[in-house]
Design a protein around this ligand. Structure first.
Ligand code: NAD
Length: 486
């Protein structure tokens, strides 16, 4: 076991990479900002290609022993990682708010979710299957680990989406090198450092750096699989780069999730639910409802109720207890979101709420903004803004709204809201999305498969389907006849 003293989980502590069980810093560093203040709060190491090679070599060296350990040992180690995170949960929540911007309730959701994922994925396993057993032959189908996994993580849920990769990779017997987003490396570096004494050295490493580091990982000759969560655009680069060595891939990518609201809803009841469907995590959520189609008969009432509810929501520094929505997480994303405001103004779209950005705000804040029935081909409707500016759209014909909901290259999630459950179900089943929520949203489980349709991804996370993604299929056949070879 690696011997590492327990690190402090605090923004004013030192942030290091973990390579081969050792703490590693570099002369070159990368600044990490608090998005609520635009101030640098910490600096993290920048991995060179040589350091990445060391992490991968250590993962390769650790693979034989780790993969041949008893399954229960690996499961226990992963469950213990959940317990370790639980011991430091409050500190991680505070650190997450500082680096990501999310308010306490969201930080709690993410950290408690990460603990639950470690513990629950630790209960999963893939049994061997006897396909045929006769007096003459035995055929068994089983799963073997792939080898070394490279995990590439985005900035919106930095801990949870790392855990979604670390836990199944380790349970199935792989070793793993994690690369956090350059915008949110603090929690991931601490987490990996904090659990080293639970694992043999090299089984779990973390390297930090910029997007180049991601490119080196996807092209690395000795990495067997990439588990990637991020934008569809980057996902395409990952796939192209991974093709050079035919790496296995799980891609969890972007989305433009539709929500369809029927005319039998109570506008006052549904409005807060739709609001949070769209704006949770300040709309920096792959599964945020990004286009809300409201039936013409209730459109005005739902719009007005959403506007009224939105006016009650407090936007601010996530560290303040009253804050419900934080800032945009980073400057490039802030600039991207501003483009959608500019585009709406330039094209004369109507703002039901918001629309004016205070560029002198202390942090990267934009106001909650609702756009009243913009054209279907407007940028706001057709693209993924990934920020708190939301189009509300009218519909009256069921077949037409289903066609509009599906008219997108993405297919991550969708939701339908209405009292008539038969109709809700009928519409839901026609939506092209990996998860379709009916009268609820953002309910996830370690035992519920999560996978994007179309350009929202390849492969799956969570459930036994997610576990399979970290394995090879292997068939073993035995000819039992005594005279088979002699
Ligand atoms: P991003 O694609 O910019 O970056 C994701 C990660 O990829 C980062 O760690 C980044 O450093 C790395 N990276 C960048 N360029 C790379 C390259 N060429 N090769 C390899 N790695 C590279 O995404 P983001 O802005 O961090 O996250 C937001 C996006 O992620 C949104 O599109 C959102 O919908 C998506 N997302 C999807 C899910 C899902 O599960 N489907 C979950 C969360 C976020």
């Amino acid at each position: 076991m690696a011997t590492v003293s327990v690190p402090r989980v605090s923004v004013d502590s030192e942030f290091v990479m973990t390579i081969a069980g050792k703490r590693v810093s570099t002369n070159e560093t990368l600044a990490v900002f608090n998005p609520a203040t635009r101030q640098v709060v910490a600096n993290v190491p920048v991995a060179s290609q040589v350091l990445l090679d060391e992490a991968v070599a250590a993962a390769r060296a650790a693979f034989n022993e780790w993969s041949t350990n008893a399954l229960t040992d690996r499961q226990q180690a992963v469950a213990a990682m959940g317990d370790r995170l639980a011991e430091h949960a409050e500190d991680f929540m505070a650190l997450l708010t500082i680096e990501q911007g999310k308010p306490k309730a969201m930080a709690e959701w993410e950290v408690l979710g990460s603990i639950a994922w470690f513990r629950e994925i630790a209960t999963q396993s893939l049994a061997s299957e006897t396909v045929q057993e006769t007096r003459e032959r035995l055929v068994i189908s089983r799963h073997t680990p792939l080898g070394v996994v490279g995990a590439i993580v985005p900035w919106n849920f930095p801990i949870l989406l790392a855990v979604w990769k670390i836990a199944p990779a380790l349970v199935t017997g792989n070793t793993i090198v994690v690369k956090p987003s350059p915008f949110t490396p603090l929690c991931d570096l601490k987490l990996v450092e904090l659990v080293q004494d639970l694992l043999p050295a090299g089984v779990l490493s973390a390297v930090s750096g910029g997007d180049d580091l991601g490119r080196w990982i996807t092209a690395h000759r000795d990495i067997d699989k990439i588990a990637f969560t991020g934008s569809t655009e980057t996902g395409k680069h990952v796939m192209a780069s991974a093709a050079g060595t035919l790496k296995r891939l799980t891609l969890e990518l972007g989305g433009n999730d539709p929500a369809i609201v029927l005319d039998d809803v109570d506008p006052q009841t549904v409005a807060p639910k739709l609001f949070w469907a769209a704006f949770q995590n300040n709309a920096q959520f792959c599964n945020a409802a990004k286009r809300i189609y409201v039936h013409d008969n209730v459109y005005d009432q739902v719009r007005d109720a959403m506007v009224a509810y939105a006016r009650t929501v407090t936007v601010g520094d996530g560290a303040s207890p009253e804050t419900q929505l934080g800032p945009i997480q980073n400057e490039p994303q802030y600039r991207k979101v501003l483009e959608y405001f500019a585009d709406c103004h330039a094209n004369g779209h109507v703002f039901a709420l918001g629309g004016m950005v205070d560029r002198d705000a202390v942090g990267w804040f934009v106001p909650v903004t609702l756009v009243d029935d913009p054209p279907e081909d407007s940028r706001l409707v057709a693209e993924e803004p990934f920020g708190p500016i939301l189009p509300l759209l009218r519909w009256h014909d069921e077949a037409d709204v289903i066609a509009r909901a599906n008219a997108t290259p993405w297919g991550l999630g969708a939701s339908v809201w209405g009292r008539d459950l038969e109709r809700v179900g009928r519409i839901g089943r026609q939506l092209e999305a990996g998860t379709v929520w009916l009268n609820e949203i953002h309910e996830y489980s370690p035992h519920q498969v999560f996978a994007g349709h179309k350009q929202s991804g390849i492969g799956a996370e969570n459930s036994l389907y997610g576990l399979v993604e970290y394995t090879n299929h292997q068939t073993i056949t035995l000819n039992k006849a005594r005279d088979a070879v002699a």
